[in-house]
Design a protein around this ligand. Structure first.
Ligand SMILES: Cc1cc2nc3c(=O)[nH]c(=O)nc-3n(C[C@H](O)[C@H](O)[C@H](O)COP(=O)(O)OP(=O)(O)OC[C@H]3O[C@@H](n4cnc5c(N)ncnc54)[C@H](O)[C@@H]3O)c2cc1C
Length: 475
C-alpha cells in the first residue's frame, strides 16, 4: 500500500505516530511539505521565546490516548519554563516544534525498521486526480506521485485582510514569525493590532519583550480578550464525558445543546457550584470592561471552582465529537456565541495575562471594540471604532481565519479536488471527501467544530484517519 500525506504539521505527526504504533504490514509512505521546517506546521516553527504554547502539557500531547507523552518528552526541560502562577511548564512554541519533530522522526525510524519505504518530498502539492485504481498527486516541482490513500493535513488558513490594506507600508499582513515581522516595528511607533485573541496576545507580549514604548491598541469587533487558564486540578468530569454523550446518542438518537448544558449543570451541582451564576458570569464577558475582567481572571487562577476548567478541557477533548452529533439549529446557537466560546476554549496563559495587565494599568495598552473601518493614508492608518477615530503608524493583522478556511498554500489543490469530484464543500465550510481513499485531517475537515482545533483534537482526528487507512488495507 502506498500512502501519501500532504502537509507536515502536527496532524501529520499524530498520523505517523499512530501508523508506527499500529501498522502491521510494511508499505510506502510519502510526505509532501514545502516548508524548511517540516513537522512543525505554521504555529511551531522558529520564533521569539515570547511566543509560547497556549496550553498546559496534558493538552499538548500529540500521541492520541497518551496525555503524558509530551510531559515525558519535556522531562528535565520543564522546570526552566515553569509558569509560576499556573504551576505548569509553558515552553516557547519553537521548542514544542522540536517535540513534534522528534516524535515524527521516531515514528519514521520505527516504520523504516519494519520495512516501510518512507520519503519526504519538499514541495507543495498543487493538484490531485483519480486514475483507474489510484490517486495521482502533482507537486509544484512537476513531480507526479501515485498513492492508494491520501491524507490531506494542510492546516488552517492565514489571517484574512478584512480592511483591504494589502501592501500599505506599515501593514503586517501575517504576524508570524514575530521574530521577523516585529523587526520592522519601531519601538516608539503607535501600533494597532487587529484582533483580540491569542495571536493578538502573542503580538503584544512580544512587542513588550522587545522594549516597545509606543502605544499599543487592540482593535476588534468584540473587544473580548481570551480568558485566562486556571491552575489544573485533579478534577475529572463525571457527567460531561464522552461516555455520557455516547449513551445519550444511543438512547435518543441525537444529542442536543440542552443535553450538554444539563450535563454541565450536573457537573457543577455535584461540585456545589451554582450553574446560573456561572453562566451569568460568562455572558457578562461581552459587556465587562476588558481590564477589569482580566484582573478578575488573574485573581481566579487558583480559584478551586471547576466550571471554567470543565469547559476548557471538554471544549477540546469532547467538543469535536459532541459537535458532530448536534442538530444544525443547535450548532447555529453555538456559532452565535463564537467570540465568547473562542475566548473560553482558547484561554491565554497567566504569564502572558500578567504582561497585558501591566500594560493596561500603565495605559500603554488599550482595547477597543466595534472596529468598523481601517484606512491607509499618507504612510499612516486611520481606525474607526466604537470609541471614535484614532490613528496608528503600524497595523498588525492578528485576526484568526475561520477554522475551515482553505490555507493559501492548498488553494490550488482544493480547487482540483472539487473539480475532480474527489471532495465536496461542506455547507458550513471545509471539505468532505467524496472518495473513500481521501482523508481530510485538521481544521479543513468539513463539519468540524466552529472553534480552531487544539492539539488533542487534531491528534484524535489523525489517529482516526490512520485507522481508516489501515482498516481499508486489511479489508
Ligand atoms: C499561531 C497558532 C498557535 C497555536 N497554538 C496552539 C497551542 O499552543 N496549543 C494547541 O493545542 N493548539 C494551538 N494551535 C492550534 C493548531 O491548529 C494546532 O495546534 C496544529 O498546529 C494544527 O496542525 P495541522 O497539522 O492541522 O496544521 P499546521 O500545523 O498548520 O500544518 C499544516 C502544514 O501543511 C503544509 N501545507 C499546506 N498546504 C500544502 C500543500 N498544498 N502541499 C504540501 N504541504 C502543504 C503547511 O506548509 C504546513 O506545514 C495554534 C494555531 C495557530 C495558528
Amino acid at each position: 500500500m502506498d500512502i501519501a500525506i500532504v502537509g507536515a504539521g502536527a496532524a501529520t505527526v499524530a498520523l505517523l505516530d499512530t501508523l508506527a504504533a499500529t501498522a502491521a504490514q510494511p508499505g510506502d509512505l510519502t510526505v509532501f511539505e514545502p516548508s524548511a521546517h517540516p513537522w512543525r506546521g505554521r504555529p511551531y516553527g522558529p520564533d521569539l521565546d515570547t511566543v509560547l504554547v497556549n496550553a498546559p502539557p496534558a493538552l499538548m500531547s500529540i500521541r492520541h490516548h497518551d496525555r503524558g507523552h509530551y510531559a515525558a518528552w519535556l522531562g528535565e526541560r520543564a522546570p526552566a519554563h515553569l509558569d509560576g502562577l499556573l504551576g505548569q511548564p509553558l515552553v516557547p512554541r519553537a521548542l514544542y516544534g522540536h517535540y513534534l519533530r522528534h516524535t515524527a522522526e521516531t515514528a519514521l525510524a520505527a516504520l523504516r525498521e519494519r520495512g516501510w519505504h518512507v520519503r519526504v518530498h519538499a514541495a507543495r502539492v498543487t493538484a490531485m486526480a483519480a486514475s483507474a485504481d489510484r490517486l495521482r498527486l502533482r507537486a509544484e516541482d512537476g513531480h507526479v506521485h501515485q498513492a492508494d490513500h491520501v491524507a490531506l493535513c494542510v492546516g488552517a488558513g492565514t489571517p484574512h485582510d478584512h480592511y483591504g490594506l494589502g501592501a500599505a507600508p506599515g501593514f503586517v499582513a501575517d504576524p508570524y514569525p514575530l521574530a521577523r515581522t516585529l523587526e520592522q516595528v519601531p519601538a516608539e511607533s503607535s501600533v494597532a493590532v487587529i484582533g483580540s485573541g491569542l495571536t493578538a496576545v502573542d503580538v503584544v507580549v512580544s512587542l513588550a519583550a522587545r522594549g516597545h514604548t509606543g502605544p499599543i491598541r487592540l482593535v476588534s469587533r468584540s473587544g473580548l480578550l481570551p480568558h485566562v487558564w486556571q491552575r489544573p486540578l485533579d478534577h475529572r468530569p463525571r457527567h460531561l464525558t464522552a461516555e455520557r454523550v455516547r449513551a445519550l446518542h444511543r438512547e435518543n438518537g441525537a444529542v442536543t445543546l440542552d443535553d450538554l448544558i444539563q450535563l454541565l449543570r450536573a457537573e457543577l451541582d455535584q461540585a456545589g457550584e451554582d450553574f446560573d451564576d456561572f453562566a451569568a458570569d460568562l455572558l457578562a464577558a461581552s459587556t465587562e470592561e476588558p481590564g477589569r475582567r482580566l484582573r478578575r481572571q488573574l485573581a481566579a487562577v487558583d480559584d478551586p471552582a471547576i466550571g471554567r476548567r470543565v469547559l476548557q478541557e471538554t471544549a477540546h477533548a469532547l467538543g469535536p465529537y459532541a459537535w458532530r452529533l448536534l442538530p444544525e439549529p443547535d450548532r447555529g446557537r453555538l456559532r452565535r456565541h463564537f467570540r465568547l466560546a473562542t475566548s473560553l476554549a482558547s484561554p491565554m496563559v497567566p504569564v502572558n495575562a500578567r504582561v497585558l495587565m501591566e500594560l493596561l494599568e500603565r495605559g500603554q495598552l488599550t482595547v477597543a471594540a466595534g472596529v468598523r473601518e481601517i484606512q491607509a493614508a499618507h504612510g499612516r492608518f486611520r481606525l474607526r471604532c466604537d470609541d471614535g477615530t484614532q490613528s496608528a503608524d503600524v497595523v498588525v493583522n492578528a485576526v484568526n481565519p475561520s477554522p475551515q478556511a482553505v490555507p493559501h498554500a492548498a488553494a490550488q489543490l482544493v480547487a482540483s479536488l472539487l473539480a475532480e469530484d474527489l471532495a465536496a464543500p461542506h455547507p458550513a465550510g471545509g471539505l468532505v471527501p467524496a472518495d473513500p481513499r481521501l482523508h481530510v485531517v485538521g481544521d479543513l475537515a468539513g463539519g468540524g467544530p466552529f472553534i480552531t482545533s487544539g492539539i488533542l483534537g487534531v491528534a484524535a482526528q489523525a489517529a482516526g484517519a490512520a485507522q481508516a487507512v489501515l482498516t481499508a488495507r486489511a479489508g
